[in-house]
Ligand binder design. Sequence first.
Ligand code: GAP
Length: 444
Amino acid sequence: MKKSENLMETLTGLCKRRGFIFPSSEVYGGINGFWDYGPLGAELKKTIKEAWWKNMVQDRDDIVGIDSSIVMHPRVWEASGHVDSFTDPMVDCKECKSRYRADKLQEYREELGKKGKAEGCPSCGGELTEARKFNLMFKTFVGPVESEASVAYLRPETCQSIFVNFKQVQTVSRKKVPFGIAQMGKSFRNEVTPRNFIFRSREFEQMEMEFFCQQKDEDQWLDYWKQSRFDWYVEMGVKKEKLRLRQQTPDELAHYAKAAFDVEYEFPFGWQELEGIANRGNYDLQQHSKASGKDLSYFDDEAKEHYMPVVIEPSAGVDRTLLTLLVDAYDEETMENGEERSVLRFHPRVAPVQVGVFPLSKKLAEPARKLAADLRKHFRAFYDDAGAIGRRYRRQDEIGTPYCVTFDFASQEDSCATVRERDSMKQERVSLEGLVEYLRGRFE
Ligand code: GAP
């Protein structure tokens, strides 16, 4: 089995060609750091978000969900520390004016070194300016007047609305510590150097959960959540040996964090953070209580006392998870007949198309369409009658469809169809009546 020399380039091409992901506003030349999801990408994204929501909210009785607005009161971001501290150090090349993150220069240099280019400034070799702080929040104005008083920010993380709503949500849900509040949705960061396809973009989606517990239990819950989140990626079909948990060093910790672990994945561009699991202490509740003047403490009605719970936060990225699934699933191989095929070996649970349905000949379109309609009630099914059957299989392999069902002339006689499995390419005759059960058994 061989893999493309430049996997990221190959994947970006495949994603565009097959309708997973396109550069945003491409007819105008695109806009750096923004991406659009096409039909297959949108489906995959939805599956990831639903799987996370089910795992974090619906399958448990100690976590509730919210869905809040993206634009919040600007004082939220002062109290959270983002106005002052959510910055990256930035340097400019005095010659070619390219801009870089000062803390990533070594990484860029190594990449250039690997490509056989001279080390030095990553661009043209020119002299760099001193590092300056650059705030990553996107600013906008609310209302018709563009003044300091109407400045607002697009949220750079989804969790702040969980903190400011803590009291309301706790009261209406009648949850007792330990419990969690989950939210997913768009976040925006004016990243200095968006890169590696959708890995670091300027608009992305987060899936965050803030778990409120007592201080004495903080280590136990941090352990629990880091393991639980690691296991989730394995359940989504990601290869275990490509995942690891790494503790952040003190200099890596965000301004609010007491301790943090990253779930990392081995991308073609190195081990990188997929998700952070942080102990935020009671920093955020304290800050918002102080700044708003509203008491956000929790009342323990057994001990009859108020206290600020500690927060353990697993914070994941939808887009990064999606990129991981793509990178992890991509494979190329030479088949027995000497032909090459590229295949996405998605877990059937996440594949955007779960079953392809083909009539062997267009003359069989009617019963095959009916079969596809029946299967669609249970799975994400796709009907295709264009081109030779081998080509139809290849097209489905490339988008990661785990099973294809071919309805042939014999099907009308024996009420069976041929099921072809993506990875082994083995074919099996299965009765139409038992097809749903057959597939369901293989999807678990
Ligand atoms: N509330 C904590 C927080 O936002 P973070 O480590 O800055 O922590 C959490 O972000 C996750 O959000 C990351 O692990 C990543 O999956 C995703 N993420 C952050 N910035 C991103 C970006 N520019 N593009 C895509 N995903 C991003």
